[in-house]
Design a protein around this ligand. Structure first.
Ligand code: SIN
Length: 240
């Protein structure tokens, strides 16, 4: 991930910069698209609805994910630009999944490499629920993906799963899968693999979703405003 502090960019400039990196994938949450620039996903509480990836249940358990993990064409990269930020809260956490994978024992690496994770949009946090590509907002849909992704450029391996968006492990009973994924998350999001970004207006952060997980954190939505603009760059390699 890269941090570009102190930027002053318009939505059109953000879209133009992002398009230079690849094809964009607008959010399926139509209400959260910026009117004049629908490739921009408005996250925070200044748009038509509250859009938050922070824990929705009041707990302090972060909801780690990679963008568009529940789609067959997940996001390759994301660019998040901060236009307004609350005085406290609303930080974004990032975790390196190369490091997390490489820190597993050889046996645990071999086990993880055999597994396929099942992702679904159903349990995503937030007030808005994205429609599936077929336009059916409530249709349950599972996307199957290797739990360990091979980065197409570096060849390195990265754990690839989310706290809520990953709902199971193929072929495993739900309880066993949940316990395994919880243990893996505790390992993968240890402090030494993490960076926490405390936003200032004008910060832009670009990251590689194939090897970095991220998670939002809460802020006082009654008292403060947070406005983040995200552009999302589509995967351009087969997911493996
Ligand atoms: C996101 O999950 O893409 C946004 C994270 C945040 O709002 O901090």
């Amino acid at each position: 991930m890269l941090v570009f502090p102190g930027q002053q960019i318009s939505p059109a400039q953000q879209v133009a910069f992002s398009r230079a990196l690849g094809e964009l994938a607008p959010t399926a949450w139509v209400e959260a698209r910026l009117d004049d620039q629908p490739d921009i996903f408005v996250i925070g509480n200044t748009g038509r609805a509250l859009v938050s990836f922070a824990p929705a249940d009041g707990s302090d358990r972060l909801e780690w994910h990679a963008d568009h993990m529940y789609r067959n064409d997940p996001a390759r990269a994301s660019l998040l630009y901060c236009r307004q930020t609350p005085p406290t809260g609303g930080d974004t956490h990032f975790a390196c999944m190369y490091s997390a994978f490489e820190a597993l024992s050889p046996e645990a690496q071999a086990e993880a490499e055999q597994l396929h994770a099942l992702h679904s949009v159903d349990l995503l946090p937030g007030g808005l629920k994205p429609a599936n590509d077929d336009g059916a907002p409530d249709a349950p849909r599972l996307v199957r993906c290797p739990l360990v992704r091979h980065h197409p450029r570096s060849g390195r391996r990265a754990l690839w799963f989310g706290s809520k968006v990953t709902v199971g492990i193929e072929g495993w009973p739900p309880d066993r899968a949940r316990a395994y994924l919880d243990r893996l998350e505790a390992h993968a999001t240890r402090d030494e693999f993490r960076y926490r970004h405390a936003w200032r207006a004008g910060d832009a952060v670009l990251w590689d979703n194939r090897r970095v997980l991220h998670a939002g954190s809460p802020f006082d939505t009654a008292q403060h405003r947070r406005e983040m603009h995200r552009t999302t760059i589509r995967e351009d390699h087969p997911v493996r």
